[in-house]
Design a protein around this ligand. Structure first.
Ligand SMILES: C[S@@+](CC[C@H](N)C(=O)[O-])C[C@H]1O[C@@H](n2cnc3c(N)ncnc32)[C@H](O)[C@@H]1O
Length: 368
């Protein structure tokens, strides 16, 4: 009797553009006539009374009343080309996109109010050139954070991008801007002008307690970065996040009587206790830096960030199904490393984060 062969199920169809396809850029006008261009600054930039008469420019640095940021950074319409498609075993899911190119030009071609949460890790105005010899092939990976225009030049460059990010955010969306002591205070003022002082939500302090310090420097060791969180509007989402305590703690039980919180007691008048094993996440996050020996996440990029940081940012501001790009990300588009570097930015616990499912790499402009 002839052996019956088991029929092989057909490969699932991949939807959307495939490798090599070009996507034409949308039409764009020279002037910035969009409805969500910066509103009248007198209304928008309304500092609290306690500011007094602080001499602050009312418009973001680099803004032109007629042409917006397009006067300094002209619109460059570029086609996107699909250069790689990675399914991670889920070809049936809607593809995500990983863009490769200058994010200003990429963002200008994306639709308004389409994004829930944006995290950016831009150059910090550190005045440094970052180099690293990477991988088995000894490739040089580098980026320069040295700017000729000084702080104003840096802020103008950043503002043009923040402005596009604001346009991309949904009304319920938020942006997390990761900086450090070099520029955070200057950027905060510009963010106030772009998003409005009232939309500021938090300054999250990332305390990296395990960084090595140079003891010869005559100052306190610098051990934190700041992440400025702004909502697009007052409707921005917020979730309270509970984090586990290293050791459970015994606390007095409290209850409300007539609107007042008092210690809870049993029938005999004895104080009641509860054991807490978690606490609400506040705005100081103690998260270790990725150590060179860390083989789980670290890919070796000089400014790589720990996944827990992103996990907590996503959990506090996102809901299931969130669309959240990471901008200024140094993601490595190389075969197996692609998976690893994306996984490094997409913690398993944030189920709603769609980057995990199936990224497609797009290149802004012609591929060489
Ligand atoms: C501070 S690093 C952070 C890198 C990355 N987030 C990480 O943790 O490894 C800033 C990154 O922004 C990238 N970058 C600078 N200008 C950019 C631009 N105009 N568009 C997109 N990325 C840019 C740099 O190449 C660099 O990789």
């Amino acid at each position: 009797m002839a052996k019956r062969r088991k029929a092989r199920s057909p490969e699932p169809e991949v939807s959307g553009p495939v490798k090599g396809d070009f996507i034409a850029p949308p039409e764009a006008s020279e002037t910035d006539e969009r409805e969500d261009a910066l509103p009248r600054q007198e209304e928008f930039w309304r500092p609290p009374v306690r500011f007094g008469s602080v001499p602050v420019e009312k418009e973001p640095l680099g803004w032109d009343r007629r042409r917006g940021f397009r006067k300094l950074f002209p619109h460059v319409p570029l086609p996107f080309q699909v250069i790689e498609r990675v399914t991670f075993g889920h070809p049936e899911l809607e593809p995500n996109r990983l863009f490769w190119g200058d994010n200003l030009h990429v963002m200008r071609q994306l639709p308004s109010e389409s994004i829930d949460l944006i995290y950016i890790d831009p150059p910090f105005f550190s005045g440094r050139q970052y180099n690293v010899i990477f991988g088995d092939q000894n490739e040089l990976r580098s980026f320069s954070d040295i700017r000729e225009g000084g702080m104003p030049g840096y802020l103008i460059w950043l503002n043009a991008r923040l402005y596009e990010m604001k346009r991309l955010l949904k009304k319920t969306g938020s942006i997390c801007v990761h900086l450090d002591w070099h520029a955070v205070h200057y950027a905060r003022v510009e963010l106030d002008k772009i998003f409005g002082h009232g939309c500021f939500r938090n300054e999250v302090v990332w305390y990296y307690y395990n960084k090595m310090h140079d003891r010869r420097k005559r100052l306190l060791p610098r051990a934190h970065d700041a992440i400025l969180v702004f909502g697009k509007t007052s409707e921005a989402k917020y979730n309270q996040v509970e984090i586990p305590l290293e050791q459970p703690v015994k606390r007095l039980a409290r209850k409300k009587i007539g609107g007042r919180a008092v210690n809870a007691r049993d029938e005999d008048g004895n104080l009641l206790y509860i054991t807490k094993s978690s606490r609400a996440l506040d705005d100081v996050w103690r998260i270790s830096m990725l150590q060179p020996a860390d083989k789980t996440y670290r890919i070796g990029y000089p400014t790589e960030k720990p996944p827990r940081l992103l996990e907590w940012l996503i959990k506090t501001s996102a809901t299931k199904g969130t669309r959240s790009p990471i901008s200024f990300a140094a993601v490595v588009l190389r075969h197996s490393r692609l998976r690893r570097s994306l996984a490094a930015g997409s913690p398993a616990t944030s189920r709603g984060w769609r980057w995990r499912s199936r990224p497609t790499a797009w290149h802004a402009g012609q591929s060489s």
